[in-house]
Design a protein. Structure first.
Length: 146
């Protein structure tokens, strides 16, 4: 009976240690993926390759060009898709707003950022079946420290 209890205690200790190591590994990897942890070695190489590829997408010359305008409180964003590749044609700020940035592409998606006082809007447009579509629209209120 004592031997069984010893085996059970050893198994329990090993299980707790394995779960602890797993949690530490997942937390560390998750932090790196969310840009909150250190990036070293191979991860740094992959990140640099992704940044180098930004804006180098090549449109299919046989694909039709489809242009859409997306309007909002902030103003408007004009995006053209040629197949799966997006081009940021224009970003016009509404009165009281200013355009902070516009990603011109070519890329798999286009981002535009507008600001007015403490309010910021980021719109992301991608190509779905050759047509521009809003992928994400973030409306933020910036705090005093931002």
């Amino acid at each position: 009976m004592t031997r069984t209890v010893a085996y059970l205690a050893a198994w329990l200790a090993a299980a707790v240690a394995a779960v602890g190591v797993g949690l530490l590994a997942v937390t560390g990897v998750g932090a790196s993926v969310r840009d909150r942890g250190p990036i070293t070695g191979q991860e740094q190489y992959v990140q640099e390759a992704l940044e180098d590829a930004e804006g180098r997408a090549e449109a299919d010359p046989a694909a039709d060009r489809v242009t859409e305008t997306f309007d909002g409180d902030f103003g408007s964003v004009v995006v053209t898709c040629q197949g799966a590749v997006a081009f940021g044609d224009a970003a016009r700020a509404a009165p009281g707003w200013r355009r902070v940035s516009l990603e011109r592409g070519p890329d798999d998606d286009i981002d535009a950022v507008f600001a007015s006082g403490t309010r910021s809007i980021e719109i992301e447009v991608y190509c779905n079946a050759g047509r521009p579509r809003i992928g994400d629209l973030e409306d933020k209120t910036l705090g005093e420290e931002d």
